[in-house]
Structures are given as C-alpha cells and as structure tokens.
Design a protein around this ligand. Structure first.
Ligand code: DGL
Length: 280
C-alpha cells in the first residue's frame, strides 16, 4: 500500500466505534486506523482548552500513519476543536456535527430538533449555529447528558438496564415542553443505547419521533468525500487497526457491543509521547 492511504478515526473512547461499524459496511476496501483515548475519557465534561489539547495529540498520533482523510468520530471534539485540528493538520478532516444537523433538518416535520450530547457539545452550540446558518425556521434544544458516557463505557447498555433507563427518562423529560419530533444523538457513545433513548422518548414525548445517529451520518459524509475527490481505495479487502491509550482488555470486551463482532488485536500506545506542539 502506498502513502496517505488510510482513514483515521478517533474518539475519547468507544463511541467512535459506532462510526467504524458503518464505515466497515459502506467502505469495505478501506484501511481504517482507530484511536480511542481511553486513558483520558471522558472529554465531554472538560474545558474547551483541554479538549482541544487532547484532540491535537490524537490527530498527531493518527497522522503518523499517513492519512488521506480523518473522521473526528466524537461530537465533543467536532463541536469544540474542529477548527484547531484543520488549522494544525494538512489532512481533510470531517466532524460529526454538520452531517447530523443536516439530516435532522431533512427529516423533522415540526422543525423542533433536540440535541442529546455531552455538556461541552451542548454549551458550544455548533449544531444550532450550523442549522441557523443553513436552514430557516428551526429551533434546537440541547440537553447535556453527562451520565451517558460513563454508563456506556461501563457496559450499562442492555435495553432493560434499569439504571440507564432511569437516567434516560430524567434527560428526556427535559424535552417534554419543547416537544421535538427528531433527536440528534450528538455524542457517538449514545447509539449503543439508542433503544433505551427511543423507548424513553416515545413514552415521554411522542410515539412519532426519529433519531439521528451522528457517527453514521458522518461515515456517509466521508464516503461522499472520497468519491468526490476520487480517493476511494482501488485495492480489494480493507482492514481496521485499533489503538487505545489505556487497558486493552476492557476495550475489547465493550468494543464488540458497538461493532457486532469480537476484536482481539488492539494495541496500547502512550498518547503523551504524541503531544502536539506548534513545531510538530
Ligand atoms: N463520544 C464523544 C462524543 O461524541 C465523547 C464522549 C466523552 O468523552 O465525553 O462527544
């Protein structure tokens, strides 16, 4: 394989695997390098400065593989640090905000869109800005869901899990008065508890509610980009390499829930040795 032929994907932990699952399906011949910053998860409750610093390190690590494109499969980094990443790296970088916001505007009939995401993403309001700049007459209400990421990282994900259902009801009830007909899962960890969120939304808001998965929409966006730029792999048979910054064992266990298949070949790296500075 030649240089700059891989697609780099990263998240603070497991969440970005919801995008990898789709990428594997729609781009089966591509070489994908995944990095989950499991040693520093969660990002979504941290300050913009720290999130940006971590994101620059993550991309610095991935760029060492020679990338033709990168997917920031993290709603938090996509909202807070996409500009900094694009400025620092000469790689086409796609985030998860625009594709999901666009999809939500296409499917919402009552023009009331809810965003469930990390506190940092909700505070940043990138989805709302994008929607206001590109579509008329929509309202967006964001609800920060800080408990969802630890629940997912600790595999509290089965549809009948009482704890996660209770927390979902708590967050979804904040949307009762707003009455959206579309919910963006603005954090890539959330699709794994999609059924719980949907059950709760149907019970509390309305039976007629749609869900947009931001990792999935961004994966399709990457495919469109590669097609447009004539960058699709011309070799048969793709691969995925997985890297994390903390224990491999726990990651393999939970990753199978996201990917729908077991993985064993995950490597641990020291992300601090990829610390990004302006001189990189
Ligand atoms: N999966 C991430 C996101 O999409 C980050 C979650 C976190 O680390 O808090 O926002």
């Amino acid at each position: 394989m030649g240089k700059n032929n891989a697609i780099g994907v990263f998240d603070s932990g497991l969440g970005g695997l919801s995008a990898v699952r789709v990428l594997k399906k729609i781009l089966p011949d591509e070489k994908i390098i995944y990095f989950g910053d499991t040693g520093r998860v969660p990002y979504g409750t941290r300050s913009p400065e720290i999130i940006t610093k971590y994101a620059l390190d993550d991309m610095n690590f991935l760029s060492s593989f020679g990338l033709k494109a990168a997917l920031v499969a993290c709603g938090t980094v996509s909202s807070v640090a996409l500009g900094a990443l694009r400025e620092a790296f000469d790689i086409p970088i796609t985030g998860v905000v625009e594709a999901s916001a666009k999809k939500a505007c296409e499917i919402s009939k009552n023009k009331r869109i809810a965003l469930l995401a990390t506190p940092a993403t909700v505070k940043n309001a990138a989805h709302e800005r994008y929607i206001n700049e590109n579509f008329d007459g929509f309202s967006v209400m964001g609800v920060g869901c800080p408990m969802f990421v630890p629940l997912v990282e600790n595999a509290y994900v089965s549809r009948d899990c009482k704890v996660t259902r209770m927390i979902a009801d708590e967050y979804i009830s904040k949307l009762y008065d707003f009455a959206p007909d579309c919910i963006i899962l603005g954090c890539t960890h959330y699709p794994i508890i999609r059924d719980i969120i949907l059950d709760s939304a149907r019970k509390i808001i309305s039976e007629d509610i749609s869900i947009v998965d931001s990792g999935e929409e961004a994966a399709h966006e990457i495919k469109r980009f590669l097609e447009r730029e004539n960058l699709l792999s011309d070799e048969k048979g793709g691969s995925v390499e997985y890297y994390v910054s903390d224990e491999v064992y726990g990651f393999c266990e939970s990753a199978s829930l996201f990917l729908g298949e077991t993985i064993s070949d995950v490597r641990k790296i020291d992300i601090t040795s990829y610390h990004y500075t302006d001189n990189n």
